[in-house]
Design a protein around this ligand. Structure first.
Ligand code: FAD
Length: 485
């Protein structure tokens, strides 16, 4: 132990690279520093580390900024918490630096003792039913990018359909449906949406939205918060199919055994009662005001085909299903065609692959074993490379679950470093400025935490002019100009 501690004092701090400044990357950086302080001495690693956090976008926070729906009130607190975590002299933010384009694995392994990939997910899992390639069929991810102002997303969105289908039984489907049904002024007042999104939603011609969930009420994966937000949409009447709420005893028992499922089912029954009240009042919204849009909630409804004419969507064909208490779904052979002119699918995200790192297509994650990156699926591990967050686990789980992931990965990293020679000081190049020189040679100009604060201050100032807390900038060039001003 004495020899190892001497080595630690002789050498400098541990050097860690984290790729991706979404919640997983930010929380992991923080947890690494905290765990090292707690356990590093005992492990012979010392207690100091420098973390360099690389993010391909000009701004940090990943899906917290570019995935979570703008009208989720909790989002402000999460973004604030992530920002506080980043305001740490041992964490160095390098935004606008893309792994795979600006930096390679070799560049990082030369300069860092370990590299942690927290690269998350941005793309949709594809919809594979016939007609999925028609004009007017959209993946949720692209629509989310539009309404959240993703720097490289599209700026115009066609909202000219009067009848729209949304496919999916989870929170992203709920988000997409809610934003499609929102009143533009209501959304603008309570969120940071940019002008192009406000103008787009203002022109939205939607009258009927049909949300299709393949399984039953007890098998959906909605959170209670999402359901409550759906209930309170101004100008929107909710319609349900009474038959969907006819649950057998086994299903009720099974749903009751899990707290989250029980709460979701109870909320869905509350929505059924609300829908009844809306009908009794002559077609009103939740507040008793006249509704001009209708939100149809269909369970046990599996879309099987999108029907088109002249290359565009005309209708969606849906098969009635039945789901047992065990969650097994049976097809009934009874089909209905519902006229729609646009279809959105929210059937899951897909974590991105990254150059030089094996990808597990089956699990849609970077090939890893408990966060340790593998040379190929089921193969040997790659020394000093790790994955966390959605890149490690796949696209499931809320922001909070990236924290528990982070603790597991960090513990593994520290154990591995402690067993490595030289007290874990494995990188040959230990000059902290070496990475800055390398990026400068490649004409890459990173934006750090101070630059992010300038962008944030600008967004707040723009918001204040309209009595809003924040207004998002969407143009990456404008972000760079503000950051460097
Ligand atoms: C539409 C949607 C809505 C959601 N709503 C909620 C919600 O309301 N509440 C909630 O708790 N959770 C929500 N989630 C889940 C939440 O967003 C995820 O749990 C969380 O963002 C996963 O964190 P992550 O850091 O693993 O990935 P991400 O948030 O995707 O972050 C990954 C980061 O890595 C960066 N990156 C990727 N590749 C590279 C590269 N090559 N080089 C450098 N950087 C790179 C990305 O730009 C990104 O910033 C939602 C998810 C989606 C898709």
């Amino acid at each position: 132990m004495c020899v190892r501690l001497e080595l630690v004092t002789e050498n400098n701090e541990l050097r860690i690279a984290v790729i991706g400044a979404g919640p997983a990357g930010v929380y992991s950086s923080d947890i690494f520093l905290r765990q090292l302080e707690k356990t590093g001495e005992g492990l012979g690693l010392g207690t100091k580390a420098r973390i360099d956090l690389f993010e391909k976008l000009p701004v940090p926070f990943g899906l917290v900024r570019y995935g979570v729906a703008p009208d989720h009130p909790s989002i402000k607190f999460i973004a604030d918490a992530l920002e506080k975590t980043l305001d740490n002299p041992d964490i160095h933010l390098y935004c606008d630096v893309e792994f795979g384009k600006d930096l390679t694995v070799e560049d990082l392994l030369d300069r860092y003792d370990a590299v942690l990939f927290a690269t998350g997910a941005v793309a949709d899992r594809p919809l594979t039913i016939p007609g999925a390639d028609l004009n007017g069929v959209f993946g949720a991810a692209r629509f989310v990018e539009w309404y959240d102002g993703y720097p490289t997303g599209v700026r115009e969105w066609p909202l000219d359909a009067e009848q729209v289908a949304v496919i999916g039984g989870g929170n992203v489907a709920m988000d997409v449906a809610r934003e499609l049904m929102r009143n533009a002024d209501d959304l603008k007042a309570r969120t940071d949406i940019p002008d192009n999104v406000y103008e787009g939603i203002k022109r939205n011609r939607i009258r009927d939205l049909h949300l299709f969930v393949r399984r039953g009420v007890a098998q959906a994966k909605f959170s209670v918060q999402e359901l409550r937000e759906m209930e309170k949409l101004p100008g929107v009447r909710i319609v349900v199919d009474e038959g969907d709420f006819d649950l057998d005893e086994d299903t009720v028992d099974k749903a009751g055994a899990n707290k989250l499922t029980r709460q979701m089912v109870e909320e869905l029954f509350a929505i059924r009662d609300l829908a009844q009240d809306m009908e009794d009042d002559g077609g009103t919204d939740y507040a008793g005001n006249p509704a001009d849009r209708t939100y149809h909630l269909h369970f046990n409804a599996a879309p099987t085909e999108i029907l088109g004419g002249e290359g565009t969507v005309r209708a969606i064909r849906v098969e009635r299903t039945e789901t047992g208490a065990d969650g097994v779904m049976h097809h009934s052979g009874a089909f209905t065609d519902i006229p729609v002119q646009a279809v959105y699918h929210a059937i899951g995200y897909k974590p991105a692959s990254i150059p030089g790192i094996a990808y597990d297509e089956g699990r849609t994650v970077l090939a890893n074993d408990e966060g340790r990156i593998l040379q190929c699926v089921g193969g040997e591990r790659c020394d000093r490379l790790y994955a966390t967050g959605w890149a490690k686990r796949g696209p499931v789980g809320l922001i909070g679950s990236t924290k528990s992931d982070a603790l597991l990965i960090v513990t593994n990293m520290l154990e591995d470093l402690a067993q490595a020679p030289g007290s874990g000081r494995l990188a040959a190049d230990r000059d902290p400025e070496s990475i800055d020189r390398l990026l400068a040679e490649r004409d890459v100009k990173p934006l750090g935490f101070a630059e992010w604060k300038k962008i944030d201050a600008f967004e707040r100032a723009q918001g204040a002019k309209e009595n809003r807390e924040h207004k998002k900038i969407i143009d990456p060039e404008q972000m760079r100009r503000i950051a460097r001003a």
